[in-house]
Structure formats: structure tokens, C-alpha cells
Design a protein around this ligand. Structure first.
Ligand code: ADP
Length: 567
């Protein structure tokens, strides 16, 4: 090389950072180590926020949540082999949930890995990633870094969003090339997720079905939330008066106390509706695959989705609307004549009557829980609900079994995209990663409502939260067990497989955060109020009756039934 400096040089690390900056990446979530530590340093020095985690899967979940919240791929940075595999869990989860994300991973020397000569952290990461991601790419030359980044971003956000893997071997990160050539090799992705509108015949087919329905229903899914088409969705729902059911992460698209919400009469709505319009929601297990008897066997489906392969995946789709939610809903608003779609009074009355009944039953359960001692899930959750009502801008992250089922039903949302949860897989471990992304991306307070078991999967990220001083209050609903904490020890003296024990409030104190222990709903409320007012990292360990909680929550039927069941 020319040491006089006559010729300017760059390297792979600089090119990755430059390519990300050119594409307006503002944050990277990751864990440093060989060969990407300098990449993280340079990113931070050049103005990208680097959030350093304790475990790659939490970093990956954070990147995925950032993607969901911003419609820009969240970036996760991992080291080779084990770090890569830890992150891959999140990349797969992002893909299943249709969240745009790019996992960039360093990898070991190709000439050693491919001959299996036994390199440091040797693994064929590209092959491993392929089956778990929307796409997987590897860059072999520094001059291809810009191409690789552009391709990863485009693939992650366009069409159905998902996780993309980008493999950059250590040798490429260290490769030195001419700076002008390097700069010329980068580009910015234009219109990363182009609008897609269905033709008018398809729109009319859907409008016709709704206009002739006796018992129409709209189901809003997290694809609708992701689309950031809140105004079009509200307009269409209110213009037509059709009752709607929000899936858990679509809660808040319209405020949960909206008069057209049938969240409180979900099973009747599904069983009786004769025309159902799915908007960014899949007929997967969460909706019983659209099968009878949970659904009316004669139901006709309209489906708004960006992915053609989703249509007819479970049930015949009478009126497919292939396109992005924003464009499709706007087109439906534009093409629906005034008064063309209305809701027959008997259907409205039937839903309202059942809703009043269900709300009454729930009120009784809530009242009973309010005064119960030891504290019940519903006792703690009512207190959380009341404080969150005072803080509608707060994000809610939620995972667990009972902690998920009961919080989803108890805690209403009033703002779009403010609820993040276990999602399509019903997975545990997303909690603190999702919470960190919500805080970093929005600057707003976050309340992570965690079952004690779910919390454990990402609990060490309390240190990350404290290190970055994020306004996250982690609320652990601690009934001392997976599902529940009252199972007897084994004859050998070992704790039951479902048993847990922890003082989580003491744990956060080790990292400099504030810990609270709450044994009554009043203590939960005052701790949460105080923690939110402080705007600092805090954890409230809610001591819940170990006998409260059911095995697997609402999805106990998914446990295989053999001949021996000793519980
Ligand atoms: P939920 O779990 O809330 O029911 P799903 O994740 O099952 O939601 O479904 C989301 C659906 O939304 C996916 O089928 C996905 O293809 C679709 N989708 C994602 N983004 C868009 C968009 N911008 N426009 C239309 N459909 C979208």
C-alpha cells in the first residue's frame, strides 16, 4: 500500500457502516466479539446507536420489534457460530411474525470452514440460516457489501416482511479497497416497500359480500397494525359499522373501548359470523384454522393480505384482496357507496347482549380477585390496568402463559402498535428484547408484563436496561412456577419440573435499578405509578398465589394426552 496517503483507502467494516447509514439505519442491536467488535465501535462513532445486549436472542428480538414498530428492518449484529445461532432464534421468530429484520453476522474463514478444517467458531452459517429466514445472503468481496446490504433491506421489508440473514466473513470485514471504488459500490434502496393495490373487480367482489352479509365481522391482525394505516382502518370500520375483533397485537388500532369492538364476545362472533373480512390476520392456530365448530361452517372469507401464498392457506377465500392494507382499505372506502354496507340490527343486538353477559361475568371475577389474599393474577392486573389508563402512551410488552392470557383480556389499549407480545409462535423469551426496542425506538415508557417463567429467558437484559438507563418497568407476575407454583417436590427432594423461586426485585438492584416487592394490588399500583413517574429502570416483583394459574393457560388442549397424567 501507499503509506504517503496519496490514495485513500477503506475497508469492509467502514463499508458496512457507510451502507447502513446511507439507508438511514439509526440503531443496531447486538453483542460484540470476534470479528465484529470494531464494526460496533465504528457504527457508534459514526452516529448509529449501538445497543449492546447480554445474549444475542434478546438483541435479535429487539431488532425484530424495532422492525414491527418502524416498518424499517431492525438490525441485529452477531458474532460467528454460537452468537449467530442465538440470534437465529429471533430471526426465525421475526420471519414467522412477518417483522422486517436483518441479522448481520460475522463468520469464520471460508477456506477453513468449507473444508471443515476446524476453525475458531467454525460453521456454515449461510446454510444454517437459509431454512429459518425469508432469505439468506453472503458477501464474498468488500466491493459487494453495499449490494448485500441493499438486497437484505429490500428483501426484509418488501412484500411480506421477514427476517433476512447477511453473512460477512471476517476476511471481508478486514479487506482493504480503494475508497472511491468503495463509495461508488454503495446505494440507497428506493421505495423499499412499494404500494400494491388490487384491481377494482376484486374490490367490488369484497364489497358485495359485505353488503349482502347478515352477520359481518372484521378481524384485524398484526399485519394491519404493521401497515400503519390506522386512519384508513378506522374510517372503513366506522363508515360501515361492521363489528371488529382485534388480534392481540392489533389492540389499540382502534381504542379497545370502541363500541364496535367484539373482543368481549369473541367466540360468539367467530361461531356466528357469515362474512368475515381478515385484515392482516392469518387463519392459523390462533384462529382455529377457520374450522367448524369454532367457526360457522358456511362462513365466507374476504382476506386482505400482502402475501398471495396466504390466501386459501386454510379455507377457501371468497374474495381475496391482494395488496397492502393501507391501499386496500383506502380503495374500499373510495368504492363503497354511502349506505351500501350496513349491519343488520339483529346481529348487533345478539353481540351486544352476549357482550353485556360476558362483561358482567368478568366483573365478578375481577371483584373477587381485588380483595383476594394472597394476590391473584387478576388482582395485580387490575392495578396495572388502572395505572396504564393514566399512561396511554406507555408501551405494553407481554409474555407468559396465564400472564399473557389474563393481561391481554384485562388491559385495554388505546394507541396503535403499543402492544408487543409472544406473537404467532406463542413464544417465550421476547420480553426484555421487545421492551428495549420499544424504549429505544420511541423514547416512551414501557411496561413489560412478564410471567416469572417467561421473564427468565431474557432476565439478564435487566443489566442492559439499567446500563442504558431506559424507562422500562418490568412487572413480574411471580407465582413461583411455570403455570403455577404449588406442585409438590419429587420423592427425591428435587423441585417439581414446573417449580421456580426468585426475588426478582433483588436482582435488578444488583444492576443499579429500582426493585419493588408487591403483595397487594394497592402495592402494585403505587409501585408502578412511582416507577413510571421516575422514568428509570425498575422491576416490580408481584407475589402471586402459587395456586393461581392453569396449566398452559388457554392452550392446555395442545398438550398431548397419553395414558399417564399425574399432576
Ligand atoms: P395476527 O397474529 O395478529 O392474526 P398474523 O401475523 O397472523 O396476524 O398475520 C399478519 C398478516 O399480515 C400476514 O399474513 C402478512 O402477510 C400480512 N401483512 C403484513 N404486512 C402487510 C401489509 N402491509 N399489508 C397487507 N398485509 C400485510
Amino acid at each position: 500500500g501507499d503509506v504517503t496517503g496519496a490514495k485513500e483507502l477503506t475497508d469492509g467494516i467502514h463499508l458496512v457502516v457507510d451502507a447502513l447509514k446511507l439507508n438511514e439505519v439509526e440503531a443496531i442491536y447486538g453483542v460484540v466479539g470476534i470479528p465484529i467488535t470494531d464494526l460496533a465501535r465504528l457504527a457508534q462513532a459514526s452516529g448509529i446507536r449501538f445497543v449492546g445486549f447480554r445474549h444475542e436472542s434478546a438483541a435479535g428480538h429487539a431488532a425484530a420489534a424495532a422492525g414491527f414498530l418502524t416498518r424499517k428492518p431492525g438490525i441485529c449484529l452477531t458474532v460467528s457460530a454460537p452468537g449467530f445461532l442465538n440470534g437465529l432464534v429471533a430471526l426465525a421468530n421475526a420471519t414467522v411474525n412477518c417483522f422486517p429484520m436483518v441479522q448481520i453476522s460475522g463468520s469464520s474463514e471460508r477456506h477453513l470452514v468449507d473444508l471443515q478444517r476446524g476453525d475458531y467458531e467454525e460453521m456454515d452459517q449461510l446454510a444454517a440460516a437459509r431454512q429459518f429466514a425469508k432469505a439468506a445472503y453472503r458477501v464474498h468481496r468488500a466491493e459487494d457489501i453495499g449490494r448485500g446490504v441493499a438486497r437484505a433491506i429490500r428483501t426484509a421489508v418488501s412484500g411480506r416482511p421477514g427476517g433476512v440473514y447477511l453473512d460477512i466473513p471476517a476476511a471481508v470485514l478486514g479487506e482493504v479497497i480503494d475508497a472511491d471504488l468503495g463509495a461508488a459500490s454503495l446505494w440507497r434502496v428506493v421505495d423499499p416497500a412499494p404500494r400494491q393495490v388490487p384491481e377494482s373487480a376484486a374490490l367490488d367482489r369484497a364489497i358485495d359480500l359485505l353488503a349482502n352479509a347478515e352477520r359481518p365481522l372484521v378481524v384485524l391482525g398484526k399485519g394491519a397494525a404493521y401497515a400503519q394505516a390506522d386512519e384508513q382502518i378506522r374510517q372503513f370500520v366506522e363508515l360501515t359499522g361492521v363489528p371488529y375483533l382485534p388480534m392481540s397485537m392489533a389492540k389499540g388500532l382502534l381504542p379497545d373501548d370502541h363500541p364496535q369492538s367484539v373482543a368481549s364476545t369473541r367466540s360468539l362472533a367467530l361461531r356466528r359470523a357469515d362474512v368475515v373480512m381478515l385484515v392482516g390476520a392469518r387463519l392459523n392456530w390462533l384462529l382455529g384454522h377457520g374450522d367448524a365448530p369454532q367457526w360457522n361452517p358456511d362462513v365466507k372469507f374476504i382476506q386482505v393480505d400482502i402475501a398471495s401464498s396466504e390466501l386459501d392457506s386454510n379455507q377457501p377465500i371468497a374474495a381475496p384482496l391482494l395488496g397492502d392494507v393501507g391501499s386496500v382499505m383506502q380503495a374500499l372506502i373510495d368504492r363503497t357507496k354511502p349506505g351500501q354496507i350496513s349491519v343488520p340490527a339483529p346481529w348487533r343486538d345478539e353481540l351486544a347482549a352476549r357482550s353485556a353477559e360476558n362483561v358482567g361475568k368478568m366483573a365478578k371475577r375481577l371483584a373477587a380477585a381485588e380483595s383476594a389474599h394472597p394476590m391473584k393474577f387478576l388482582g395485580a392486573l387490575q392495578a396495572i390496568r388502572d395505572v396504564l389508563r393514566e399512561n396511554p402512551q406507555a408501551y405494553v410488552v407481554n409474555e407468559g402463559a396465564n400472564a399473557l392470557d389474563l393481561a391481554r383480556n384485562t388491559i385495554g389499549m388505546r394507541v396503535p402498535r403499543h402492544r408487543l407480545d409472544s406473537g404467532t409462535w406463542g413464544v417465550m423469551g421476547i420480553g426484555l428484547g421487545f421492551a428495549i426496542a420499544a424504549a429505544v425506538e420511541s423514547g416512551e415508557p414501557v411496561v413489560a408484563i412478564e410471567g416469572d417463567s417467561a421473564f427468565g429467558f431474557s432476565g439478564m437484559e435487566l443489566e442492559t436496561i439499567c446500563r442504558y438507563g431506559l424507562p422500562i418497568v418490568t412487572v413480574v407476575l411471580n407465582n413461583s412456577g411455570v403455570y403455577r407454583g404449588d406442585a409438590a417436590a419429587s420423592p427425591s427432594g428435587d423441585p417439581a419440573p414446573t417449580a421456580l423461586q426468585a426475588r426478582h426485585d433483588v436482582m435488578i438492584a444488583a444492576f443499579g435499578g429500582r426493585g419493588y416487592r408487591a403483595t397487594t394490588p394497592e402495592e402494585v399500583a403505587s409501585a408502578l405509578r412511582e416507577a413510571l413517574a421516575l422514568g428509570k429502570p425498575a422491576l416490580i416483583d408481584c407475589v402471586i398465589d402459587p395456586a393461581d394459574g392453569t396449566e398452559s393457560g388457554n392452550i392446555a388442549h395442545l398438550n398431548p394426552k397419553g395414558i399417564t397424567v399425574t399432576r
